[in-house]
Design a protein. Sequence first.
Length: 342
Amino acid sequence: MDAVTPTQVAVVGMSYWGPNLARNFDRIEGSELRWACDLDESLLAGHHAGFPRTRFTTSLDEVLADPATDAVVIATPVPTHAALALKAIQAGKHVFVEKPLALTTADARAVAGAAEAAGVTCMVDHLLVLHPGVTKVKELVDTGHLGEVLYVYGNRLNLGIVRQDENALWSLGPHDISVMLHLVGQRAVEVSATGACYLQPGVEDVVFGRILFENGVIGHLHLSWLDPHKMRRMTVIGSERMVVFDDMESERKVTVYDKGPVPRTGEYGEYIQVRSGDIFSPKIDTAEPLRLVCQHFLDCVRTGATPVADGWAGLATVEILEAMDRSLAENGRPVTLEVASR
Ligand SMILES: NC(=O)c1ccc[n+]([C@@H]2O[C@H](COP(=O)([O-])OP(=O)(O)OC[C@H]3O[C@@H](n4cnc5c(N)ncnc54)[C@H](O)[C@@H]3O)[C@@H](O)[C@H]2O)c1
């Protein structure tokens, strides 16, 4: 592929989320939406007018048999992600997989490993990792502006959407877990989670999760679809400053608080002092995060660069989800994560 040959993309799963991806891959320069695929023919018919240059099919095999198809975007239900991704990889296609990469660590590892062995790009839609607000927070962490990161917590709350086939952890958690892994830059060594099922037996509506990272940083998650607040927030507490990423804010997505503890002088009996300084909101690019994600995938396909959210990053998130699910079932028992992530 060169600068003048657009990447030929197929989107599989054209229900609720798939069309958002299809729209981006159709419009971004350097890519063409060659195929839209769904098992439901009537659903596809509704998209003919919106994508006049696209071929429509109910058969993934037809998409994969087309030598012109470069990349397959998987926006089907989560239980199907791993099998469809593996099929596409075996056909030599680059893959973009919706979050979470798979339902089990074993499946996620299989996909990441197969993509690596085949030399194709594998990216997971950890949308927020490429959000300009999160990129700013990552810069503040990496440059040491916050001092030493002490702990991180995420709030992802709303009234609905209530899912029946997955709990609040699997539905909402991949976003916050992938962002925490990205910001902290360390592997998780232990997790625990508690939650409760109010609306349906066996499906947690609210989950409180805890992640212990290798460097001692603690991450806390509050996930719920049974809450009066609509919150999409991540807070990082540093030894020198604190920062909040709030995706519900239109202008002030990131706020830096020049607040923190005053270093102790070591005198006996002194009080621990805190200081409260300026509050500052840096300008954040308003680009649509999903567009950035699609553009990043296309760039990686074209250059062979490793995506920020590659298959292994997808695996790390699934490992935490799976271990938290186990902890949920055991009333919050801490679960240790295996050392080898690959
Ligand atoms: N990144 C985000 O913020 C975000 C938001 C919403 C949904 N999602 C993800 O997007 C994916 C799809 O979500 P949705 O709500 O649109 O799901 P959905 O269940 O509404 O639709 C899935 C579609 O996939 C089709 N499908 C299933 N198996 C297929 C196959 N083998 N071949 C072709 N088509 C097949 C179904 O017919 C259906 O139309 C999920 O993985 C979900 O987690 C991500």
